[in-house]
Design a protein around this ligand. Structure first.
Ligand code: HEM
Ligand code: HEM
Length: 194
């Protein structure tokens, strides 16, 4: 089943979730790793280009995923969850979705503002234009620093949200013993609804 139902995720939502989970966790690791390499090395430059290229793949997938989510029903959270837990789960998901956009966009603004003017060539093939940077942020250096801070602290916030998200998924599976994790792995529970 491709589409979500009111009780389970469909194959498309599951494929988006796990493809993006792998990409995001890889990008967080790559970002933190490349940041502490010597900036003038050719290998560092290539890792930055790879980071930017995968970042644009994430941005594209985030747009497609959001459209798919809006076109589909959202599976209901388990009945045994406390109302406050449900609010927390929704806020957590909204936060994750927001950061799936915010990280690539702040990265894009950062490289656009940089006085170095380094081009972004996706996978060494497709050039990406720089974004117009609002003048009210001051000089190019100041604007670059602003977006760098947003990108860095956005990444730390994303790491914290993912840690809580994974802990919640494991708690559902091993302590509450409900179908929350299973329905993000297989469409089987959703089939029961059709
Ligand atoms: C899923 C998307 C992304 C994630 C999760 C991500 C994550 C990160 C992380 C964790 C860092 C290290 C931060 C630090 O230690 O200061 C970083 C650095 C960086 N990112 Fe991203 N990033 C993403 C997308 C992008 C995109 C689309 C671009 C540019 C088009 C970009 C450009 C950069 C640059 C230039 C740095 C180095 C900043 C510096 O030198 O301080 N990132 N990113
Ligand atoms: C790697 C370990 C991960 C596990 C075990 C996991 C588990 C889950 C589970 C079980 C759900 C379904 C919750 C429900 O049915 O209400 C879910 C939803 C979601 N996850 Fe994850 N997740 C992981 C990583 C990630 C990452 C890295 C991200 C993105 C940064 C992410 C973003 C989301 C979002 C946005 C939803 C809501 C989907 C929707 O309703 O449209 N997850 N995750």
């Amino acid at each position: 089943m491709l589409r979500n139902t009111s009780t389970g995720y469909g194959r498309i939502a599951i494929a988006f979730h796990w493809t993006m989970a792998v990409l995001i966790i890889g990008m967080l690791g790559l970002g933190l790793y490349m940041h502490q390499l010597p900036p003038t090395e050719q290998a560092t430059f290539e890792l930055y280009q790879l980071h930017k290229s995968i970042g644009f793949v994430v941005l594209t997938l985030a747009v497609l995923r959001l459209v798919w989510r809006l076109l589909n029903p959202s599976p209901k959270l388990p009945d045994n969850m406390h109302p406050l837990e449900k609010v927390g789960a929704h806020l957590g998901h909204v936060g994750l979705y927001a950061l799936l956009f915010a990280l690539p966009l702040t990265g894009w603004f950062m490289v656009s503002a940089s006085p170095w003017g380094i081009p972004t060539i996706l996978f060494n093939t497709w050039p990406v234009p720089h974004l117009p940077v609002p003048g009210l942020l001051g000089s190019q250096e100041q604007a670059e620093t602003f977006f760098k801070l947003l990108h860095e602290y956005g990444a730390y916030l994303l790491i914290a949200l993912i840690a809580v998200h994974v802990a919640a998924a494991l708690k559902h599976h091993f302590i509450a013993r409900d179908a929350t994790l299973k329905r993000m792995i297989s469409t089987a529970p959703a089939k029961a609804d059709s």
